[in-house]
Every structure is written in structure tokens, then in C-alpha cells.
Ligand binder design. Sequence first.
Ligand code: C5P
Length: 215
Amino acid sequence: VIPAVVAVDGPAAAGKTTTCLALAQRFGLSYLESGRTYRIIALEALRRRVSTSDRQEIVILCDDLIRESRDQDLLTSGRYGNEDLRSPAVNVAVSDVARIGEVRERVTHLVRLWAAGQERCIVEGRDIGTVVFPEALVKFYLSASAEVRARRRVDQERRGSYEDVLKDVIRRDEADMSRTVSPLVPADDAINIDTTSLTLKEVLGRMSSACAAVT
Ligand code: C5P
């Protein structure tokens, strides 16, 4: 069975989570933030002192975590707080972890398993429309200038200086777009929305029309 999926991809701090939560509520979709899983793996690597540049060790850690959490729980686990998952150290480590093909395969498998158990869902990430669900019902690619994304992130999280956040956003975009496995790129059939000069309401308006047409 092909699950009914709305795919939302795009660079860091493009507004994926905010828009996904609103659409999930409006259309009655289950919501999954795939970046969270990559962040959990990165956080555990830091905690267990596994070097994120040691590919083999990270893959072993990933398998341990999946075993310990009994598969899908790794995706939806409430054991981790945002404070830890969104720390500057994890922001750096996650790019290393997400570059490893074997890690991506495992996370992709978990996300597909989860989606197969949902009636209809919305999933956000970097490779959802391109790799994880190429057959998604609707695909969105959200973007905005790095400056605007950094500004919004600072206003929203009230943590870190604008300069630091901007640097991190640019660094993560570069890492996500240039990696060899599943780089961040819009799917050919994605609806591209540049939100630089749009309000949240306008963005949601466009996304809702597209969702309403298929759900
Ligand atoms: O979405 P979020 O910014 O929390 O994701 C953190 C990191 O996880 C991204 O910078 C990216 O490297 C990685 N990621 C990914 N593929 C996804 C989701 C996230 O590579 N589908």
C-alpha cells in the first residue's frame, strides 16, 4: 500500500515545522519531523562519545539506538527535549551524521514504516519528496533567503545571536546541499515556495490550496 503523504522539504529554518503543524491540524494529517531522528542520533553520539566522523561507529550506534528503542520509537520518542536536540553542538554533529548513507537508509526505512501505519500524513525533512516518498501526493519545497531564515529563527527561539544563527544556517545548507547521498534539492514535481517576502498566512494559503486539491 502506498501511504498518502504530503512531503515538505527545504533548507534550515525555512518554516517547515510551523507550516506542517498548521496543515496537519487543518487536514487531519499525522505529522513527522524526520530531522528529529537525525538529531537524536547526533545527540546520542555526543553523549556516548562516539566520533561523528567515524562512519562505522556511527552506523553501529544507529543500530543500537534502533534496537534499544524498538524501531519506530526512535522517530517519535518523547525522551528527548528540544533544548538538547537543538543545541549548537547537535546542529554541527547532525550534518556529519546525515552525510552517512547507511544512517540515511535506516532513517528512511523507519519513516516509511511509520507512514505505512498512518492513514494520511505530512512529513518534513530534506529528502522526503526526492528519496523517501517520490510518490507523495503533494510535494513542497520551502525556501527563503538565509538572512530572513536566520532572523525568523532568532525571533522564534530567542536563543543565540543573529550572526551565529546565520552562520549555522549557511553552514548547514551548504552541508545538506553538497553531500553525495540524498543532497537537499527540490523534487522535479515539487511546488516551490520562496517565502522571503511572504507572510506565514500567505504561505499557508498556497500550501492549503494544493493540499485541498488532493486530500
Ligand atoms: O530539520 P532539521 O533542521 O531539524 O534537521 C536537522 C538536520 O538533519 C539537517 O540539517 C539535515 O542535515 C538532516 N536531515 C536530513 N534529512 C532529512 C531531515 C533532516 O539530512 N530528511
